[in-house]
Design a binder for this molecule. Structure first.
Ligand code: MN
Length: 236
């Protein structure tokens, strides 16, 4: 026998949202998928190499989302907190087991993102062959800027992506350096998930990752997209 429960035990979690360039409505965030090792030079600096077998993924919870222009505390549990600038795909429609032609239609837009990483905890996971959750699913560790509709940026390829810490450039690459294209990633990921509007995909970072400390300001930009800014304050 089912009961007709109509009330929640406690307040439902807040739906995380992102602003959209030129629109008054917000983009509600569902899932955050992240591509691992999608730039050859970054794979090399991490002591690995890329292959063309298949892209692979980890996830961040939507509650880890942090909008641009926020100041957040340096996180607990790390002494080697790293920046990773990435192109973020914002999906706008459903795709399940779709080919690359279908993948383009599922894209709503793009944004600049920071995959903030406890590198020491990620390394612990690698060493012990355990998951990366403590390294990657960091509170306020999915920093994502304003979404630009894909019709306003055009095909992804030649755009330049840069990241600076306190004004000093640390990462500088072209989106055409990605091992797996946005279309290939969406099509591949859709073989495993019923992707839909609200799902975000962080597409991996180029070389130049490194540590940040309390007091640092991280800025990033990608040609054609809104720039991103993120400040770290003292640990709680
Ligand atoms: Mn990353």
């Amino acid at each position: 026998m089912t009961t007709a429960a109509t009330q929640l035990l406690f307040d439902a979690p807040i739906i995380q949202t992102l602003p959209v360039t030129g629109l008054a409505k917000l983009y509600p965030v569902s899932r955050i998928f992240c591509v691992g090792r999608n730039y050859a030079a970054h794979a090399a600096e991490m002591g690995g190499e890329v292959d063309r077998e298949a892209p692979w993924y980890f996830t961040k919870s939507a509650q880890a989302l942090c909008q641009s222009n926020q100041s957040v505390p340096y996180p607990p549990g790390t002494s080697n907190f790293h920046h990773e600038i990435e192109l973020v795909i914002a999906l706008g429609g459903p795709i399940f087991q779709g080919d690359e032609n279908r993948a383009q239609d599922a894209i709503f837009g793009y944004a600049c993102g920071l995959d903030m990483t406890r590198r020491d905890r990620q390394q612990d996971g690698k060493d012990a062959r355990r998951p990366w959750s403590l390294g990657k699913d960091v509170e306020n560790g999915a920093v994502i800027g304003e979404i630009t509709p894909c019709t306003d940026i055009g095909p992804i390829g030649p755009q330049r992506m840069t990241l600076a810490v306190n004004g000093e450039t640390r990462q500088d690459a072209l989106l055409s350096d990605m091992v797996w294209t946005v279309i290939e990633i969406i099509s591949h990921l859709s073989q495993f998930y019923h992707l839909n509007a609200g799902d975000l995909i962080m597409t991996g970072t180029p070389a130049g990752v490194g540590p940040v400390v309390a007091g640092d300001t991280i800025t990033g930009q990608i040609d054609g997209l809104k720039p991103i800014s993120h400040q770290l304050s003292a640990a709680e």
